[in-house]
Design a protein around this ligand. Structure first.
Ligand SMILES: *Cc1c(COP(=O)(O)O)cnc(C)c1O
Length: 464
């Protein structure tokens, strides 16, 4: 029997106990009307069975502490444990948001110093730490963009330009903010097409939202020219900082010409992304927008302080000299994988990437579903059999078979080499015996659930 074949309810035997409480000698008697009429349906197991059950369950989950996790667009994966330790110290955990200011001076100091760190890293004048996620930061930033135009009596600016490669939250945030979305196309080299941008600019444009490096992991080389064009038409530039990792300590969005930005502390500064939070999406603005910040109150109290604290500890730990190494190593690792696999995976845009890149499925014989019908989903599922987490799949939507790989800086060359070897092996299987891929994974507790049904109608509890 495999350990995951049975539920805890099926493992026990009536009357078996792990721990017995002493008989109550004295004390309050629970009133009859509050007592159960029958015993609760709890599993009855011995202590060792309970321990084994939960230990086995914990091992069914794939985590960054158990294996390589090349999920694209999520950056922080292995987070130095010391930052968690610092954030869980009782001195921080025990505070209350309504405590008098004089009793939380240390917290104020962290916010102040963190603002100075982020300003130094990004070239922005001021930051607010209220937003609790990247998308929340985008909405806050776009509200600031609107407020800026309105403060100057310019109410005609109702459009925001978004590249076709943008993360889905960009147009979504603009729509929630009541702005109209205009899409600017990418060139075949994956960067914003400046010639397509020019005719879109005019007195109705509030600004442009961009991420740099963009969703394909490519640096937008024309950013200075784009900034000039947008500013000349009276618009502002919003920087989606979710991809800031390779640029930290190297270049600053403020110097590229951006006026407003958010950072995903939970992607770039030591909090894992995913799993539903907590996150932190601080928003920075340039000098001319600084006065608008205090009025933008977008969450309860002061944002997610423990995430901010971890980010602060992480930045201090690396220091001014070393903070840039993380991005440089992440960039090196991504390019190493890309170059080692482009003989078997389709690389839509050649050239140097930053911290991540996108393949468009296996190199195929001209059909859209890849070699011998092996899809990106097949590759992702097969990777699980070899003990690797899958990369991000089918995002970005610029390609049909997107496979987005982001190794990060913490992985050794040996780990990258074994991933590369396995990817080559999978490509061989696709050629010689694609049914292995179609039926993968072969060793995981769950194979191929109906993902739509699993998301829409999840069955999360045991029913007899
Ligand atoms: C993750 C991401 C976002 C959204 O951040 P959340 O914290 O998930 O809301 C926005 N833009 C890009 C490029 C991202 O990768």
């Amino acid at each position: 029997m495999r350990y995951y074949d049975k539920l805890v309810f099926e493992l026990g035997k009536s009357g078996r106990v792990a721990f017995s409480l002493p008989e109550a000698k004295t004390g309050a008697v629970i009133p009859a009307e509050l007592r159960r009429s029958s015993s609760p349906a709890l599993p009855e197991l011995s202590e060792v069975d309970v321990v084994r059950h939960y230990t086995n369950l914990s091992q069914m989950n794939f985590g960054v502490d158990t294996g390589f996790y090349p999920l694209g667009s999520c950056t922080m994966k292995y987070n130095p444990k010391i930052n968690e330790e610092i954030a869980s110290m009782p001195q921080w955990q025990g505070i209350h948001p309504l405590q008098p200011d004089s009793t939380v001076k240390g917290v104020r100091e962290v916010y102040g110093k963190m603002e100075r760190c982020l300003s130094a890293i990004t070239g922005m004048a001021r930051f607010t730490f209220l937003p609790c996620a990247g998308a929340h930061g985008e909405l806050t930033g776009l509200m600031l963009m609107r407020a800026y135009h309105e403060s100057r009596g310019d109410s005609a600016r109702i459009k925001v330009i978004v590249p076709d490669s943008a993360h889905g939250t960009n147009p979504a945030s603009a729509a929630v903010c009541g702005l109209q979305i205009v899409v600017v196309k990418s060139r075949p080299d994956g960067r914003v097409d400046v010639d397509d941008l020019k005719p879109l600019l005019g007195p109705d444009v509030a600004g442009i939202m961009m991420t740099n490096p963009n969703t394909l992991g490519l640096f937008e080389r024309d950013i200075k020219q784009i900034a000039q064009l947008v500013h000349d038409c009276g618009g502002l530039l919003y920087y989606d900082g979710a991809n800031m990792n390779p640029l930290v300590g190297v270049v600053r969005p403020g110097d590229m010409g951006f006026d407003i930005m958010h950072l995903n502390l939970h992607k770039t500064f030591s909090t894992p992304h995913g799993g539903g939070g907590p996150g932190s999406g601080p928003v920075g603005v340039c000098e001319k927008l600084a006065d608008l910040l205090p009025s933008a109150r977008t969450s309860a109290y002061n944002g997610n302080f423990s995430v901010i604290l971890k980010a602060y500890a992480y930045i201090l730990m690396l220091g001014r000299e070393n903070v840039r190494m993380a991005g440089r190593l992440a960039t090196l690792n991504a390019n190493y994988i890309k170059e080692s696999l482009k003989d078997v995976f389709k690389l839509p845009v050649e050239g140097v990437c930053k911290h991540e890149f996108v393949f468009d499925g296996l190199i195929d014989d001209g059909s859209s579903t890849g070699q011998n019908g092996a899809t990106t989903l097949d590759v992702a599922k097969r990777l699980l059999d070899f003990g690797f987490h899958a990369p991000t799949i089918y995002f970005p939507m610029l390609f049909h078979q997107s496979l987005m790989i982001e190794p990060t800086e913490t992985e050794s060359k040996e780990t990258l080499d074994s991933f590369i070897e396995v990817m080559h092996k999978i490509a061989m299987e696709a050629k010689n015996d694609p049914s292995i891929l179609h039926n993968a994974p072969h060793n995981a507790p769950v194979g191929r659930p109906d993902e739509t049904l699993a998301a829409r109608q999840p069955v999360l509890k045991f029913t007899v």
